[in-house]
Design a protein around this ligand. Sequence first.
Ligand code: PA5
Length: 416
Amino acid sequence: MSDINLNFNSCFIDNKEIDIIKEKIKRIHNKIHSKEEYDAMPLGWLDIPIKTDINELNAITNAAKRLRSMSDVIISLGIGGSYLGSKAAIEMLGYEDDKVIFAGNNISGQYLKGILDYIESKDFSIIVISKSGTTLETALAFRILKDVLIKRYGKEKTSERIIAVTDKSKGVLKTIADEEGYECFVIPDNIGGRYSVFTPAGLLTIAAAGVDIYEMIDGAKEACYLYGNESIDANPAYMYAAIRNMLYKTGKSVEVLVNYEPSMLYFAEWWKQLFGESEGKEGKGIFPGSMLFTADLHSMGQFLQEGTKNVFETVLNFKSGSDDILIPYDAKNIDELNYLHGKSLNYINDIAYRGVKEAHESGGVPVITIDIPGRNPYYFGCLTYFFQKACAISGYIIDVNPFNQPGVEMYKKNIF
Ligand code: PA5
């Protein structure tokens, strides 16, 4: 398989800076790959794709199959790191349909009422995901939906229709699961929410949607080796971390993740959580935003081209789109589009990417491009790990702890 590539116009950075940051990254690499740091910090995500064996993947797949066979609809309950990774994967890979739906990620009565109406005459089951086991949004939705299950199927049968993914021993969800006899999967202690997509927190829902999680873990495993190289010249994840921080130093404090594929909308949401929660602390960090081109070019394109010059873009550029459509010939040609006859939409999307990149760079907006060979479970695994590794390195570059989230904990405590 070919690798993920990084492209960047070096005129936006100072060459002297790169040598300084190279050395810093080497030191950070050695630190996070040392046993002391691994034991002291939640770094379990670093090697989870390598540690996940076939038996675990089989157990997750079998549990997902069991729920699928008894349900018209599987409702996955979770928020933040217990939601966005699986949502991102399912959408990116084109598995979004009405079989797996999501709740527990808001407190909207209208939203949950819509789900209750939708499942009214359908067999359904629940995957409830919460590492802490106490998150209010998820706990509320769980209580309401469990009540519906009990009224519909009785207490005993309800337990067969719920799978809990949580801590191995602590938290309210674990207590309920043990008391009521749910099948359980564990989120390891040393992996935080936003780094947990390759644990059952992400994998169970992804498998329930029918995605090949074996292929996904293969991609993530390969990424462990590829992005485990200490030299930034041989490691695009480290180079990405370096470039974005060099840009940050020059006043580019906003990074916009740009996609040209609507199916990447939730990948961008996952990415925003990863970087926002990891870096935004102690008055520091690049603000992570996202845009969907070409739609957002008709709204935010103006700002990017001519607005405040504190923005840089990171574009996810997929090399091959499997689904494509050719532009038909029209004898009348009133829309004057016959010059595109025979060309494909993906080809035109690519031309749009090149044109926009040139325009934005000429307007002083640096553009980092990440070329991804394909949109499949393997490259979801690769790309996700790429960003996790880059994000951890990036947090250490600005001297914050990329694995805690004191601001989120403060919100949770207050709302509770
Ligand atoms: O990254 C994080 O830690 C958070 O965003 C959590 O994932 C989110 O708050 C959900 O927490 P929990 O899985 O404990 O319900």
